[in-house]
Design a protein. Structure first.
Length: 750
């Protein structure tokens, strides 16, 4: 936290914010500018970027009060100053009827607070008032302080010039002489324009059934999205979107959306208060929180990102995708495309050894795979999931000469090498646990609940942090490893940290995740070429916090290509396909026994980062030929699929018989379409596929990746033709798929 003093307010300070560096892929994006202004007379702060304006003011009580969040306003528009709202009878006083940017719990506040604490003398009243502000680069920092005690809060607002996405967070500082206990600490409260008619979208799921899109009308009361699990969780994902009206239109409609960058327990509360004002408060989960903030100490909250568009749910996710690619991901602003990988898990499970992996690697290389990843089973005494986690030495029976011969072989085949690790876990049957039984998260003397016969190491402990960082650094230093699949296969139980005093125990909820991020950051700095995937039994740890340190995520252990359509669909509302891995595995699928063609499986996976996870030892010559052909086709479209603009043309949810996605390259020179038929019934024809996002005046050539047209179409036609006339794909039967590209042959992109 900055120790700024109260300063006289400048007349009208205008701070131009320089353009964020953009990737070559976004060269087409017009030079964007953001501005942050403060009008000293009206006491209004205003942030403008891309299509968004955001404003708040200092009201007559000296609170920070939200004023506007929505479509960009004219620079000349003067926002009326903030003014406190009146009491609503003696039951809802002005302190609760007046919305605040970041409300302390005190003075008759009944709506969701951003910060709640207890002082050692029993006082639990906190009223935060404006003190000062300053701008640094593209960020505005506003300092607040309790009306009496030295509890300070620095609110940070950072706006992305290219997308208008605003990152909000807070640093809470205790300048009193004694420790205080924080019971609730959010990153921000977002206040929507006053309106009765809003629809909420959010993502729910479970292991092997992640990111299912939910929608419901917002009514008075609160909808709580959360994880109490110590990590992000499969159950809810920290993302929301709110659309004005009944919503759901991909192309039009006012949409406000947000995502919390935190991989520990989190909570987002979507609340419509008694005066029908909708607010969204998100940050650390207050459940069992009780964070002791020592005298002089600070706590930084995660960042809660928020954005707005008037172009519907489709544009909301395109904005988020672009933001993730250009500012969140570790390789931002120009992430390398995801290579085509092979992963051994479904083929060999833990029965890995050198000859078996070499045999798979040779076959993988023959179809165009670029990265060979050996999954679980290579270390310690790992034969089943009952042993080995924690002992990160190469198993000498399976790899008598270490990993080098396999890695050399993989390199000789023209691929790089990746390895599975699960650094935060330990099996009781391991040397590590026998030596350090106190290193796991537990309560003294209480049973230690096991999940998959494993326990969670307490990463908040400095010695555990050092051990985990040490073995990973050694592994990467001693072997030529290009990629780590970083797994995390259970959630917490008995969340105790007995080694510290009772007062500090609950800091586990924060320090664990801080140390996880710290380890990832240090590893990346020491081994800059290494890429990392976040996996947690599939998509149990996917959020904007972990995506800052990992290049990709594994969205689900469910590799059934039909189930994947709805998992991938939900995923794309919040996250870029450029970080979404999708493997082609065997049929019938291990999870649900569904039988599908290799073409269907390939096309389902080609909508993200393509991987092959099948047992290649069982493949026939025609399978190799099909995979080789489609992997080659994928390589010619992957830049567009991973880094382009995604249009969800037909949604797979709600019992739909079809689903269609389209990706358009940033310069609009290429579009890629994948179309799926789940099941024909009653001889209904497949709906005409009308494209989006093309250059209407340019000429595009149609090429089929798989399948063909049901009705004759010209070999090439204008963007207007493909967007308005469209294409009829010949699809009937069950679990059928088609794919095609449109390539600009004349026009601006040429
Ligand atoms: C988790 C992952 C799988 C696989 C196994 C290995 O379930 O999600 O992909 O790596 O662990 O044990």
């Amino acid at each position: 936290m900055r120790t700024q003093k109260l300063r006289a307010l400048a007349a009208v300070a205008v701070f131009a914010v320089s353009l964020f560096a953009t990737s070559a892929a976004y060269a087409a994006v017009e030079a964007a500018k953001a501005s942050i202004t403060f009008d000293a007379q009206s006491k209004v702060f205003r942030l403008d970027a891309a299509g968004v304006s955001y404003a708040f003011g200092i009201n007559d009580r000296n609170e920070l009060q939200p004023l506007y969040w929505g479509a960009r306003l004219a620079a000349s528009d003067a926002l009326p100053p903030a003014h406190t709202f009146p009491d609503h009878a003696s039951f809802d006083l002005t302190q609760t009827t007046t919305p605040q940017e970041f409300a302390g719990w005190g003075a008759g506040l009944y709506v969701e607070p951003a910060l709640k604490l207890t002082f050692p003398d029993g006082n639990r009243d906190l009223v935060l008032h404006y003190v000062s502000h300053q701008t640094t680069g593209n960020a505005l920092i506003v300092s607040m302080k309790d009306v009496q005690r030295d509890i300070l809060v620095a609110l940070k607002y950072e706006i992305d010039p290219a997308t208008g996405i605003l990152g909000r967070s807070a640093v809470i500082e205790n300048r009193t002489k004694d420790a205080v206990v924080l019971e609730q600490a959010a990153a921000a409260t977002w206040t929507l324009p006053s309106d009765k008619n809003y629809t909420l979208f959010y993502l729910t799921g479970r292991w092997a059934g992640e990111t299912q899109l939910q929608r419901e009308a917002i009514h008075e009361g609160a909808r709580v999205l959360e994880s109490r699990r110590g990590s992000t969780g499969h159950q809810n994902n920290p993302w929301f979107a709110i659309e004005r009206g009944v919503g759901g239109d991909e192309d039009s409609g006012d949409v406000w959306f947000g995502a919390l960058a935190w991989s520990g327990s989190w909570r987002i509360t979507v609340e419509e208060d008694q005066l029908e004002r909708v607010k969204v408060t998100g940050g650390f989960n207050p459940f069992d929180f009780g964070y002791t903030l020592a005298a002089g100490a600070q706590l930084a909250t995660p960042v809660f990102y928020g954005g707005y568009t008037h172009e519907g749910m489709g544009e909301a996710s395109r904005i988020l995708h672009r933001f993730e690619l250009t500012t969140i991901l570790p390789q931002a602003p120009a992430p390398k495309p995801r290579p085509v990988i092979y992963n051994s898990w479904e083929a060999t499970e833990m029965n890995v050894d050198e000859p078996g992996q070499v045999a798979l690697a040779e076959k993988a290389a023959s179809i165009g795979v670029e990265r060979f990843v050996m999954d679980d089973g290579w270390f310690g005494q790992r034969k089943t999931d009952h042993a080995g986690l924690g002992d990160w030495y190469v198993n000498p029976d399976k790899f008598p000469h270490g990993l080098k011969p396999l890695i050399d072989k993989v390199h000789g085949l023209g691929m790089d090498f990746g390895l599975w690790v699960e650094p935060e876990m330990v099996n009781p049957d391991s040397d590590l646990y026998r030596k350090h039984p106190d290193w796991v998260i537990h309560f003294t003397g209480r049973p230690r609940t096991e999940g998959r016969t494993q326990m969670v190491l307490n990463l908040a402990r400095p010695d555990v942090r050092e051990y985990v960082l040490g073995f990973l650094d050694k592994l990467l230093s001693e072997n030529q490893i290009a990629f780590l699949k970083w797994d995390y296969n259970r959630n917490w139980s008995e969340p105790g940290w007995p080694a510290v005093g009772n007062a500090e125990q609950k800091q586990l909820y924060v320090k664990y995740t801080q140390n996880l991020y710290g380890i990832l950051a240090e590893l990346r700095a020491k081994h800059p070429g290494v890429e990392i995937e976040s996996c947690s039994g599939g998509g149990g740890r996917v959020d904007l916090g972990i995506l800052h340190y990992t290049d990709e995520v594994w969205p689900s252990d469910n590799t059934d290509p039909f189930d994947r359509l709805s998992i991938q669909n939900g995923y794309t509302y919040a996250y870029t396909p450029g970080a979404m891995m999708a493997w082609v595995t065997d049929s019938p699928n291990w999870a649900n026994r569904r039988t599908t063609s290799l073409e269907y499986r390939m096309l389902s996976s080609m909508q993200g980062g393509l991987g092959i996870g099948a047992n290649l030892n069982k493949w026939q010559a025609e399978d190799f030929a099909t995979a080789k052909r489609l992997i080659a086709a994928y390589k010619s479209v992957r830049e567009t699929v991973q880094h382009g603009s995604l249009y969800r043309l037909i949604s797979p949810v709600g019992g739909s018989e079809q689903s269609v996605t389209e990706s358009v390259s940033p310069d609009k020179s290429q579009a890629v379409v994948f179309a799926f038929l789940h099941s024909s019934s009653l001889l209904y024809p497949y709906p005409t596929i009308r494209l989006r996002g093309l250059d209407a005046a340019a000429e595009y050539r149609l090429d089929w990746i798989e399948g063909k047209a049901a009705q004759p179409v010209p070999a090439s036609a204008s963007g207007a033709f493909w967007m308005s006339h469209g294409v009829d794909a010949l699809l009937f039967g069950d679990f059928q798929a088609a794919g095609f590209t449109l390539t600009q042959v004349s026009g601006k992109g040429k």
